[in-house]
Design a binder for this molecule. Structure first.
Ligand code: NAP
Ligand code: MG
Length: 493
């Protein structure tokens, strides 16, 4: 039984404020959010057959943004039929070069409306506008451009093979990078000649629906991309639909396992991009200040709502004290608050449920006897917030070290030798990503070869590029997205 904790009282508060920036809010004048959104099926916005809608809210002020259609089995069936018709009638018959042209058009229209997308992403999901504007939306355009380029070059991607599309791809995405995950899914599927039924997460459907508007304006043949909004059941309905040829899922490991079981014994192809618990490893020959920035970016980027977040910090003993002091110092300068303010470093936690999950983990940490440092932040009255948190004196078996928290919470452990840190880094059920900071190329090669993770960064963290494959080992999933590797799961030979 958990003891009841008053988190505010039990967590040590360390803070040294002194000065602050004036507010610099991004304007919303150029953004139009409708009161109500329907599904996008067969090239049109159509009302849900069950007649139900749910609210999507802004997690920074808890205000409703729009009503969104709740997808039922019949809606999913209509979307799959539209996707199949589009595949048979248009998309599989179109020349690869023309398919590429459509994808280029989508990429350019995203660039033209980049500010609008960034603002809506931030309003609906809570991430700082600086990130939506400078990271998410530019990457979305980059992924569409990149895969547009592959559309007419598949024979070069797979020399000697004769790659053919699979048919209809069912795609289910999470709330942490809503538009970017839609791009990771839709762009390679279209480039390889497949049609799509996509379901965004319940808390962040708006940028997918805006993307639907662009797809309509780009004049894609009706039914090539269909977007059905809804909850977990809507996702399950896509997974279980008999006429879907491939499932691409990004989300939690638990749901990934359910999906794997439900499609066992069918012919559906599957890619799973699941949770992570990345080790960020700092050797004593690393450039200390750069490493501290890398640690901050690794875990506090996007409120720690990042599957590949550097949530486990390992510091070599000789530099443990200096890194810890500099880290706490830097954490105190992070600005937490209104995601629409251009100065904000850490925005709102995506939902009340996710905030509850993070707080439960902090209670577990306190119960285990860890030292938990949280910076003092001046938080808005409404909305869901978590100040940057550091968990010290934590053991390898702690649940905070083993399980994905998906919030701005960093555990810190020390090590003496490369062998010790490898043992610790690989000792979780996950294997998505990791980082190593050192002056020596040989150490980088040694660690990146031996840390069992799909993505390894050296002297940097959380950098993404469309040409680079991304995906996990172990319970972090199967298959790769991005790069040439990301074409393969949408093709048969
Ligand atoms: P989630 O609960 O697994 O949900 C992901 C998506 O699946 C949502 O659209 C969700 O709908 C839907 N869903 C829920 N239950 C389903 C079911 N039984 N069948 C089919 N679909 C179902 O994950 P989340 O909490 O949204 O996202 C956070 C997780 O995603 C973290 O674990 C994170 O590490 C992982 N993630 C991984 C990557 C990667 O590339 N490896 C990238 C980003 C995130 P609702 O929204 O309506 O529940
Ligand atoms: Mg929302």
């Amino acid at each position: 039984m958990l003891k009841e904790f008053d988190l505010k009282k039990d967590i040590k508060l360390d803070f040294t404020s002194g000065w602050s920036y004036d507010p610099a809010p991004e304007s919303t004048d150029h953004v139009h959010i409708k009161d109500q959104y329907d599904h996008f099926i067969g090239g049109k916005f159509v009302a849900p057959q069950g007649g139900q809608y749910f609210d999507t809210t802004n997690p920074a002020n808890e205000k409703k943004l729009a009503s969104v259609a709740m997808g039922c089995d019949k809606d999913v069936d209509a979307a799959v039929k539209a996707a199949r018709t589009a595949y048979d009638k248009y998309w599989s018959k179109m020349s690869p070069r023309d398919r590429g042209r459509y994808i280029y058009r989508i990429a350019r229209m995203i660039q033209e409306r980049a500010r609008e997308f960034a603002v809506i992403e931030t309003l609906d999901g809570g991430k700082p506008i600086r990130e939506s504007r400078d990271v998410d939306v530019p990457l979305v355009a980059a992924y569409f451009f990149y895969y547009a380029g592959w559309a007419d070059k598949l024979q070069y991607a797979f020399p000697g093979g004769n790659p053919k599309p699979l048919g209809v791809a069912g795609q289910i995405i999470p709330w942490n990078f809503p538009l970017l995950m839609a791009a990771w899914k839709i762009a390679p599927a279209l480039a390889t000649g497949n049609t799509v039924v996509l379901k965004p997460a319940e808390t962040t459907p708006l940028t997918s629906l805006k993307l639907a508007e662009i797809i309509q304006e780009a004049d894609l043949p009706p039914g090539v991309v269909n977007i059905v909004t809804g909850a977990g059941d809507t996702g399950a309905s896509i997974v279980n639909h008999p006429n879907v040829d491939k499932i691409a899922f990004t989300g939690s490991t638990n749901v990934g396992k359910i999906i794997q079981k439900s499609i066992a014994g069918t012919n559906k192809k599957l890619t799973l991009e699941l949770g992570g618990k990345a080790a960020n490893i700092i050797f004593d020959d690393a450039t200390i200040d750069q490493a501290v920035e890398g640690i901050i970016n690794g875990i506090f980027f996007n409120q720690g709502h990042v599957c590949c977040a550097g949530s486990r910090l390992f510091v070599q003993e000789g530099v443990a004290d200096i890194i810890r002091d500099k880290l706490i110092d830097r954490m105190q300068s992070l600005i937490v608050g209104d995601p629409m303010d251009k100065n904000t470093d850490i925005g709102a936690i995506n939902s009340k449920e996710q905030l509850g999950t993070i707080q439960r983990y902090l209670e577990i940490g306190l119960n285990e006897g860890n030292e938990i440092y949280q910076t003092k932040c001046d938080l808005p009255d409404k909305g869901y917030w978590c100040c940057p948190t550091l968990v010290a004196n934590v053991s390898q078996s702690s649940r905070l070290v083993q399980e994905e928290i998906f919030g701005p919470v960093l555990t810190i452990q020390t090590f003496r030798t490369p062998e010790e840190v490898l043992e610790k880094a690989n000792n979780t059920p996950y294997g998505l990503s990791g980082g190593v900071w050192t002056d020596k190329g040989s150490k980088i090669f040694n660690m990146t070869n031996k840390v069992r993770a799909g993505v390894m960064w050296a002297n940097t963290f959380n950098k993404f590029d469309p040409t680079s494959p991304f995906g996990g080992y172990k319970e972090s999933g199967l298959g790769r997205e991005g790069g040439l590797h990301g074409l393969y799961p949408y093709l048969k030979f």
